[in-house]
Write a protein that binds this ligand. Structure first.
Ligand code: GLN
Length: 492
């Protein structure tokens, strides 16, 4: 494989600037790697012609000295982001022929800054899942394997294709969305960095909606610095998203490498859950030691409502999903299955168009919003959500700058291994990540080590609202101490 695909975004940026290689060469190297890695099913659409055109334009701008901050950087886009003229499916049968006439704000800002589109990446259908197995386009296979085993593993979800693509050197970076953990969990499973920004930091406009009060777009890359570079382009106020927040976008990269001396890091005791594997506990301890050695002060804190986060999330998220997905009715776009009358058409379209997990979420959501149960479920879950947010606020008010927790309760599991008979088994994967979405906070997953079977494990840092910079500084400390992790290539 070409060495070009192994670069970081920062190194590629330098190489392009110095004209060591061209943007076309960089894009071609990635397109060649993608072709050889189809066994992973990370991409649901490759766009090599478009990549060449965009890269050529980048080379022209570089030659004229007009390079943008991401000029010539080849990226993958989760298939949840609408891309103008490029098929966008949310990996659902109901949208599998949908070609948007507009570009999502976040992807548009990446192109504005010079990035190059490599293709659209696989995800769980409508971003519902933790393993990328609910995709209508088939499961993604992780580039990682257990030592001495050929068992295919999941890359995590729902942004599994993006995570696998970045980990397998099929893109320098990728976008993801995170409603309950869908950036941080797959990043942890594949040994890369993933950041969920503060709610309102990145525009949701043009991103296929799952649960609007929880959804946030964010970057995946192989280093903390690279995610910081990407976030600067992705973030920003957008009047087209009513929940977008008008605060300036800092130079996130400047926070990378900054001292963390004297920063107060909370260790929430409720994250020490029953049955947590030794290895996760040890990793967490290791992370504490690394941060302490860098001069941070570690403080045990309490987030007493943590245990209610997962059940409350699985009321709020399906409720919003059931409402958001009502628009897929076969009338304006997407699949249409003709019926006897209009009701028959709706029913046929939705029955055929949505997969099992999506149908389950719609049913749960409709149930918890129904007149007789609204107070008992939805309203109650909203109250719990406020309490979870207040838990964090109380800690931040006492001078805590960020929290350190494990990113996931285990390493990646095998394809087909979880959630078959009992969906809750799959839902439990989000136990460390959903609180962050419920509270609207930023969170980053940074690879921190390998387990006994040689699989990556990640640590999570949770920050104050709009303080992604602290997460980048702390994340860099972990990256410096832990090193980086690359899967052994078996797919080509
Ligand atoms: N795994 C969670 C779910 O299935 C979160 C998914 C996400 O963040 N998009 O809802």
């Amino acid at each position: 494989m070409s060495e070009l695909a192994k670069l970081t975004i920062a190194a590629a940026r330098d190489g392009l600037k110095q004209k060591t290689f061209s943007a076309v060469e960089l894009a071609d190297a990635h397109c060649a790697a993608m072709e050889k890695a189809r066994a992973l099913n990370a991409y649901v659409l490759e766009t090599p012609e478009r990549a060449r055109i965009m890269a050529k334009a980048s080379d022209a701008r570089i030659a004229k000295g007009e390079a943008g901050p991401l000029e010539g950087i080849p990226l993958a886009i989760k298939d949840l982001f609408c891309t103008q003229g490029v098929r966008t499916t949310a990996c659902s049968h109901i949208l599998d022929n949908f070609v948007p006439t507009y570009e999502s704000t976040v992807s548009g800002q990446l192109w504005r800054d010079g990035a190059v589109l490599l293709g659209k990446t696989n995800n769980d259908e409508f971003a519902m899942g933790s393993s990328n197995e609910t995709s209508f386009m088939g499961a993604v296979t992780s580039p990682w394997r257990r030592k001495g085993s050929n068992t295919p593993l999941v890359p995590g979800g729902s942004s599994g294709g993006s995570a696998a693509a970045v980990a397998a050197h099929l893109a320098l970076g990728a976008t993801g969305t995170d409603t309950g953990g869908s950036i941080r969990q797959p990043a942890a499973f594949t040994g890369i960095v993933g950041l969920k920004p503060t709610y309102g930091r990145c525009s949701r406009w043009g991103v296929v909606a799952f649960a609007s009060s929880l959804d946030q777009a964010g970057p995946f890359a192989r280093t903390v610095r690279d995610t910081a570079i990407m976030l600067r382009s992705m973030a920003g106020y957008d009047p087209k998203d009513t929940t977008s927040v008008d605060v300036p976008v800092p130079d996130y990269e400047a926070a990378v490498g900054q001292s963390v001396k004297g920063r107060r890091i909370g260790i929430p005791k409720e994250y020490r859950i029953d049955g947590m594997p030794e290895e996760i506990e040890r990793l967490w301890q290791q992370g504490r030691e690394w941060l302490e050695a860098a001069g941070a002060e570690l403080v045990e804190v309490s987030l007493p409502h943590t245990k209610y986060a997962l059940p409350a999330y699985y009321i709020v998220a399906p409720a919003e999903a059931s409402s958001n997905l009502a628009r897929y009715d076969g009338v304006r776009y997407g699949l249409r299955v003709p019926g006897r009358d209009i009701i028959g058409m709706y029913e046929g379209t939705r029955a055929e168009g949505f997969g099992k997990e999506v149908r389950r979420r719609i049913m749960i959501g409709t149930y918890v919003l129904s007149a007789g149960y609204y107070d008992a479920y939805y309203l109650q879950a909203q109250k719990v959500r406020t309490l979870i947010k207040q838990d964090f606020e109380a800690c931040f008010a006492q001078g805590i700058d960020a929290m350190l927790t494990p990113a996931t309760p285990s390493a990646a599991f095998g394809v087909g291994e979880k959630g078959g008979a009992d969906p809750i088994e799959m839902y439990l994967n989000d136990v460390f990540t959903v609180t962050v979405n419920m509270a609207g906070l930023p969170g980053i997953a940074v690879p921190a080590g390998l387990d006994g079977q040689g699989l990556p494990l990640g640590l999570q840092l949770i920050g104050r609202p709009f303080d992604e910079e602290t997460l980048f500084s702390l994340g860099q400390v972990i990256e410096d101490a832990a090193g980086r992790f690359t899967p052994e290539r078996w797919w080509a």
